[in-house]
Design a protein around this ligand. Sequence first.
Ligand code: AHG
Ligand code: MN
Ligand code: MN
Length: 340
Amino acid sequence: MTNKPTKLVTLDEYIIQSQNRFPGATGELSQLLRDIGLAAKIISREVNKAGITSLLGVDGSRNIHGESVKKLDLFADQQLISALDRSLITCMVISEENDGIVRLNSQGGKYIVYLDPLDGSSNIDVNVSIGSIFSIYMRQSRFDPNIVESDALQPGIRQVAAGYVLYGSSTIMVYTTGMGVSAFTLDPSIGEFILSDDDFEMPDHGTIYSINEGSYNSWGNGLKKYIKYCQLEDQESGRPYSARYIGSMVADVHRTLVKGGIFIYPSSKRYPEGKLRLMYECNPLSFIIEQAGGVATNGNKRIMEIQPDAIHERTPIYIGSRKNVEEVIRFITEEAEVPV
Ligand code: AHG
Ligand code: MN
Ligand code: MN
């Protein structure tokens, strides 16, 4: 259930209106969100052109004009970082595309931003939805000019804002600053994100499960049993549930937000720590899902309470509607298959 807006509001207007509700606000976070919105429009344009680009030259090669064609995830990384650098509010970026921290020009900036510039990038070639994910923290060492990596190792509960832009059948931006979830749809004809849903509330229970079932044989017994339970008929709880797996976490979680259900990326023999990244995939999407009334856990701990040890660390994740997550936890706990 969501609140549909009754009048046309652009992303920039909405951000300013929200900021005006806080008399002491400096406007810096608002600026940061607008910067991300601008980069997202540029990335969206490029994603939509990707098919044409590949006609004119493959990534890493030269197109017929003799220009080199960049990989789209590197393009997205550069656009987001340069948008954040421009307004001198962000001191450091951590991105999937960079092994170490990226120090920006404003070492006095008070925000730290984590990015998955393009999530699901293996889906680009097949025209399937992909997205950009962001997660924003306040730096702790406010007056130290030498920003260091440990400043960025904060648990997800300290996020001041998080969100994603999904380049799907339309481009939408979804974000939270901890006061509910808002969604904006890009109207390409005017180049503006328009408010499409305010105060997003996700279903408490859903009938879709989302997991890479090809890895079935490498899961623990509890999870195997849970998936069999999802497939068993039971009219009251709407089983058998439907299986849906896009292979872009951002798109799978967006569907889960709208329709309810559960998305799982567990630990397995191949990925004992899980595959997905705590800081720029799991935390921001958990913040969104929790703000919409859902739950996100690694099997025995709330995702947003995990104290990170490294900027690129991974975690198993069970995320979605409250009742579905409770269901799977019952199974994996009884089998003691929880991560330590
Ligand atoms: P990325 O493209 O940023 O590297 O992320 C891909 C991730 C995630 O989006 C998706 O849920 C997962 O990889 C899919 O992994 P499997 O192919 O192992 O299912
Ligand atoms: Mn990713
Ligand atoms: Mn990525």
